[in-house]
Ligand binder design. Structure first.
Ligand code: KG4
Length: 338
């Protein structure tokens, strides 16, 4: 067994965690949300610079909390992708430097595998397993027949669901990131606005959010132009009903098609209260077990990267110091990095 230090910097959270023989000794997250909030979205240049400023502080704090020193670390793990290129670079350079300095293995981890394996802090995996990966940058249904065996069986053909939450929130004058405010406003609203669901998808497990997002933006703008009041609560509810239904419908279809035993939710949008309630309701009384991650696991963190790295350490999946980042790394190619 080993002490693993993991670094995550793919978007707007700089995070460092230390996992020791399955025990999480530290889990430090420095979020940049308050900075990006002003721009209504993540500014990649600013995000990279903030990662560079924060990484050493996060590393020191993680070590301090763990009671270990760098010499005690057996491997340095890092998110190699997907994510923002400049942000990924900061984490990778830090991990490479430490691996070189302390002459220890470098472990490249796929960000979404991290979101999926965050659920191992909650319960054991049973296969075949369906991962509903819903975040700001990704919307995918991933089938797992074994550990670290990922098959993408459905994905968005355009926008990610979290991205559409953020854009809809923006047009409604709600703060960034828009997922939580929409979730909260939707609780007080009624489904009064007629919004479209995508039809005729070639793969029935694929998603499309751009039509829904554009329909909300156009409707809000045309109501404003006509001087009609827009109910934020009702628009949030109408949008969320369609956005979540798309996820639930496809997940149920995939469960049936692939005789799935367990379903796990992963990614930022898995914090959504309506999605959680709907999935619970639909699977109640069935043989399919649902794992819902605790809220701390739904946002970016390095504990989830460490969890994957622990498995890769045992299999000796190590990278050379010439490793580069991959902003578009696909999860089914997680072991393709040289
Ligand atoms: O996993 P994450 O940090 O994104 C990526 O790594 O790509 O997730 C962030 C996304 C944002 O789009 C945010 O609006 C959304 O997750 N989100 C939510 C909720 N909380 C966060 N979406 C819907 N309902 C929520 N309660």
């Amino acid at each position: 067994m080993a002490n693993i230090l993991a670094i995550e910097s793919s978007c707007d959270e700089t995070a460092v965690a230390i996992l020791s023989d399955g025990k999480l000794l530290s889990n430090v997250v420095a979020t940049q949300i308050s900075v990006h909030e002003r721009f209504g979205g993540v500014m990649p240049e600013i995000a990279s610079r903030l990662h560079a400023e924060n990484i050493t502080v996060c590393l020191s704090q993680a070590l301090h909390e763990s009671g270990l020193s760098f010499e005690d670390i057996d491997a340095f793990a890092v998110t190699r992708g997907p994510g923002l290129i400049g942000c990924l670079h900061v984490g990778l350079q830090a991990a490479k430097t430490l691996a070189m300095l302390y002459d220890k293995p470098l472990i490249p981890v796929h960000h979404l595998a991290g979101h999926i394996y965050a659920n191992e802090y909650v319960g054991e995996f049973h296969f075949p397993l369906l991962c509903v990966v819903v975040s700001g940058g990704n919307t995918e249904l991933v089938l797992m027949k074994d550990h670290m065996d990922f098959e993408i069986i459905g994905e968005t053909v355009d926008d990610a669901v979290g991205e559409s939450y953020d854009k809809v929130a923006r047009v409604l004058g709600l703060p960034y990131p828009g997922g939580l405010p929409i979730d909260q406003h939707a609780k007080n609203g009624k489904h009064v606005y007629d919004l479209p669901e995508p039809k005729g998808m070639e793969n029935p497990l694929d998603f499309s959010y751009s039509g829904l997002k554009t329909a909300v933006i156009n409707l809000v703008n045309s109501m404003k132009m006509k001087g009609e009041p827009v109910s934020v609560d009702d628009m949030a509810r109408s949008f969320q009903d369609v956005a979540v239904k798309m996820i639930v419908d496809r997940a149920l279809k995939a469960i049936e098609m692939h005789k799935v035993k367990q379903v796990i939710l992963a990614g930022g949008v898995s914090a959504n209260s309506y999605l959680r309630a709907q999935m619970k309701e639909k699977l109640e009384g069935s043989d399919v077990e649902l794992i819902i991650p605790p809220l701390w696991c739904t946002t970016d963190n390095a504990a989830m990267i460490a969890k994957v790295a622990e498995r890769l350490y045992e299999k000796k999946v190590f990278a050379s110091l010439s490793l580069g980042v991959d902003p578009n790394w696909k999860i089914d190619h997680w072991d393709d990095f040289e």
